[in-house]
Design a protein around this ligand. Structure first.
Ligand code: LLP
Length: 419
């Protein structure tokens, strides 16, 4: 079930009263359910129990140290895309997590490679030949061997928003699968490179499992060829991207993971590989809500606006992808009429909205509302635009709220500036 539910009239997260949290910690406030995050990670781990695998949580979805620490303790590895994310997972999980870390991304720089080589991460997912060359020379310089997978672009279309679709030739990601064999042959010639895997990732918020299976099948065909060519390919990284439900429909997460696992496992057949999985959103998306307070109500002509204290800098998904997020009152009251309004923030952009013409229980100044399913790509994709401090974050664990990130201060925002 969803962690955010009503207890009588009041919205709670795993039993903890949301209005009380807003009073204690202020708004805007991100609230996360530890229970749901660890349940979702467990669903993944269990669904793939029959296959040797590692769940490498995609750190970008929610990079909170407290959440990373929790997932590390649960045995998860990590998919990182920067030196900053590497530093985060090492800080949260200690040096021993490195053996479960894969490093993705099209633009890795030398310093990031050096840090990942020093930490001895499991695998670099290399996305181009020039990147391979730089990695080979950095590893040689440090006297290390870099374990690599090439991220192949399988030219599979995933029905999702164009900004978060990655598996077509038209996208910047990966190496065309038809070129991969030649690049592996080249990679194997570098004494500082070990070709240990193949990786693929076709996009995000994908609700059908067929595209994943199709991409994996193409990838496994390549693995067979590479093995015949003499490469010792052990790891097959199937990427992330499994979608969640953002509407108000009920959603059976367990069933969704089962379907996903069945599709991948049927593609795998009896192939002897170590499967890597990179779920991000699926683990954290529905575990989080952004709680915000109504500042003002106004109308321009016929159009009504509810102005809240959160803004696009705190949660940019509606502005960037026209993403739908359910919005609910923190204290509901059936006696109050519903009203259609745009829910907007204080930032000076017309794109600063959370919902347009949304029917919601009519709010008054000072009321609280919760923007649901905001646990993934919420705070991690936030900014300080308009010199706004980022929201605080609390994690609900065993019926108690723990502050895991306090609200920023202006001095912290100004600290790097020189004038
Ligand atoms: N692996 C790789 C290589 C990725 O690029 C991504 C996400 C993931 C795994 C995790 O995907 P997930 O399981 O979370 O779908 N900001 C957008 C989503 C961007 C996804 C970027 N890559 C949004 O808010 O919808």
């Amino acid at each position: 079930g969803r962690p955010f539910q009503y207890d009588e009239q009041r919205l709670v997260c795993d039993g903890v009263d949301i209005a009380g949290l807003a009073d204690s910690f202020g708004t805007p406030l991100y609230v996360y359910s530890a229970k749901q995050i660890s349940e979702r990670a467990g669903l993944f781990q269990n669904a793939f129990a029959g296959t040797p695998h590692t769940v490498c949580y995609a750190v970008k979805a929610n990079s909170s140290l407290a959440i990373l620490k929790m997932l590390a303790a649960q045995g998860c590895g990590f998919d990182i895309v920067s030196g900053g994310e590497l530093a985060r997972v090492l800080k949260a999980g200690g040096p021993e997590v490195a053996s479960r870390v894969v490093f993705s991304g099209v633009g890795k720089i030398a310093g990031e490679m050096d840090a990942a080589l020093a930490a001895d991460i499991l695998q670099f997912n290399v996305e181009s030949e020039p990147e391979l060359e730089l990695l080979a020379s950095r590893a040689a310089a440090l006297g290390k061997k870099a374990r690599i997978a090439l991220r192949v672009n399988p030219d599979v279309s995933a029905e999702t928003h164009p900004y978060i679709s990655t598996g077509l030739s038209a996208h910047k990601f990966g190496i065309g699968i038809q070129l991969a064999r030649a690049v592996y042959a080249r990679a194997a010639q570098f004494p500082s490179i070990e070709t240990t895997g193949v990786s693929v990732h076709i996009g995000s918020q994908i609700r059908q499992v067929e595209p994943f299976a199709e991409a994996l099948e193409k990838t496994l065909n390549l693995v067979r060829e590479l093995r015949a060519d003499g490469h010792n390919i052990r790891n097959v990284d199937a990427g992330g991207g499994l979608g969640i439900e953002y509407g108000d429909k009920s959603f059976d997460a367990a069933q969704q993971v089962q379907k996903y696992a069945a599709a991948l496992q049927s593609a795998l057949g009896d192939m002897d590989v170590h499967l890597l999985l990179e779920p991000g959103r699926f683990l954290v998306g529905q575990a989080g809500a952004l709680v915000t307070r109504v500042l003002y109500r106004k109308a321009n002509g016929d159009k009504k606006f509810t102005i809240v204290d959160a803004a696009m800098n705190d949660l940019i998904r509606p502005a960037l992808y026209q993403a739908h997020h359910e919005i609910v009152p923190v204290v509901r009251d059936e006696a109050v009429a519903t009203e259609e309004a745009d829910i907007v923030g204080p930032v000076c952009e017309s794109g600063d909205f959370f919902a347009r013409s949304r029917a919601l229980q009519q709010t008054e100044q000072g009321d609280l509302i919760a923007i649901l399913d905001a646990g993934a790509y919420g705070l991690s994709l936030s900014s300080n635009y308009n010199t706004r401090v980022r929201p605080a974050e609390v994690l609900i664990e065993d019926g108690k709220a723990r502050l895991i990130r306090r609200r920023e201060t202006y001095d912290e925002l100004f600290a790097p500036e020189i004038f």
